[in-house]
Design a binder for this molecule. Structure first.
Ligand code: NAD
Ligand code: TYD
Length: 352
């Protein structure tokens, strides 16, 4: 008999990529998706797979303890792969409490519900999807290891750090079979246009200003989202219980370079806004983000050596694919911008 997966946050950017991967490559898996559809939960992200009978969507808010317990108990999954979170640093500065409620308390409700499932199923696994931002900021050299001490800077990264600690504690104290992945910045299709790459592509297409924070020299490591989804499933299938893996693209870039490359790609594929004028001229330097981490870099030796994983996309290839996707999927973007993605289910299914 096939396995039953419970994914949380499967309507978001990375969660939907993971749902697509599992449903297309593992035909015997029944997949349940718990997502309460915040602004970041977009049902149109799953348009191609949500008709499958093996896919089950449940509108569950992980902040609602009773709803989480009831839903998890009913499904009795073989694993929980936990993506659901508030994920945007700038929003966490505007309103930190929601980040604690969702990322910390929501994770705790899932951990508690998972303990009940584990009592009846010794092969159960809980995989917690986390970020490199828990490690804080690096200087000009060095890279984060799985053993690097946590030192989060933003309300977002502090909430993810707290949730990582709770997941580890539930492993050590209650014997829950947990796994943790900490990944660098993802990019690719279906990313909400609040994050650097889709925001810049969308603004560049429409000739709007491209707001670069501070001096633009902050460095991020970039990973194509398909590579991340593959890594998560590999950890779920192969890793020893209790382990943590860093995941990254070995693609460090200064923000300004990323924005330059995006401008050049949009100019190349779409043509310039005006003859002889580069979209780079749209760049405007704006006030820096408070607590803005200077540099992230990941040492991914452990996952390479132990699980034989490596990123398949170079940053150049992944970025070109991403820009093309946004230029070809203007309907997806316009539904995000006009808010109509929120009514996707009623548009698609109400009259059927
Ligand atoms: P996202 O913001 O695109 O999606 C988050 C999803 O979680 C949405 O579908 C949303 O509706 C859902 N959600 C939010 N609050 C919920 C709640 N209370 N109950 C149920 N569902 C809820 O996020 P993402 O970029 O896909 O990130 C997914 C996970 O990966 C997060 O845990 C994030 O911390 C982690 N992560 C993200 C990145 C990145 O670059 N985006 C990198 C490393 C790790
Ligand atoms: P972001 O996509 O928000 O991811 P994170 O903060 O989690 O790394 O931002 C990536 C980098 O781009 C970060 O250094 C902040 C910067 N940035 C800008 O310069 N301008 C923008 O409009 C945004 C959204 C981000």
């Amino acid at each position: 008999m096939g396995k039953t997966y419970l994914v949380t946050g499967g309507l978001g950017f990375i969660g939907s990529e993971y749902v697509r991967l599992i449903l297309t490559e593992q035909p015997d898996v029944e997949l349940h998706n718990h997502d309460c559809q915040t602004y970041a939960g977009n049902p149109e992200n799953l348009q191609k797979v949500d008709q499958l009978e093996r896919y089950h969507y449940h509108k569950v808010d992980i902040r609602d303890r009773d709803a989480v317990y009831a839903a998890v108990e009913k499904i009795a999954p073989d694993c929980i792969v936990h993506f659901a979170a508030e994920s945007h640093v700038d929003r966490s500065i505007e309103g930190p409490l929601l980040f604690v409620e969702t990322n910390v308390m929501g994770t705790l409700h899932l951990l508690e519900a998972a303990r009940e499932v584990f009592k009846k199923n010794p092969d159960f696994r809980f995989l917690h999807v986390s970020t490199d931002e828990v490690y804080g900021s690096l200087g000009d050299t060095g890279a984060f290891l799985e053993t690097t001490a946590y030192d989060p800077s933003s309300p977002y990264s502090a909430s993810k750090a707290a949730s990582d600690h709770f997941v580890r504690a539930w492993g050590r104290t209650f014997g829950l079979p947990i796994l943790i992945t900490n990944c660098s910045n993802n990019y690719g299709p279906y990313q909400f246009p609040e994050k650097l790459i889709p925001l810049m592509i969308n603004n560049a297409v429409h000739g709007k200003p491209l707001p670069v924070y501070g001096d633009g020299k902050n460095v991020r490591d970039w990973l194509f989202v398909e590579d991340h989804a593959r890594a998560i499933d590999l950890v779920l299938q192969e890793a020893k219980i209790g382990e943590t893996y860093n995941i990254g693209g070995e693609a460090e870039e200064e923000n300004l370079n990323v924005v330059h490359t995006l401008c050049d790609l949009v100019d190349e594929i779409r043509g310039p806004l005006e003859a002889g004028k580069s979209r780079r001229e749209l760049i405007t330097f704006v006030t820096d983000r408070p607590g803005h981490d200077r540099r992230y870099a990941m040492d991914i030796t452990k996952i390479k050596n132990e699980l034989n994983w490596k990123p398949l996309y170079s940053f150049e290839e992944g970025l070109r694919k991403t820009v093309k996707w946004y230029l070809e999927n203007t309907e997806w973007m316009s539904h995000v911008v006009d808010g109509s993605y929120k009514t996707y289910y009623s548009r698609m299914y109400d009259d059927r």
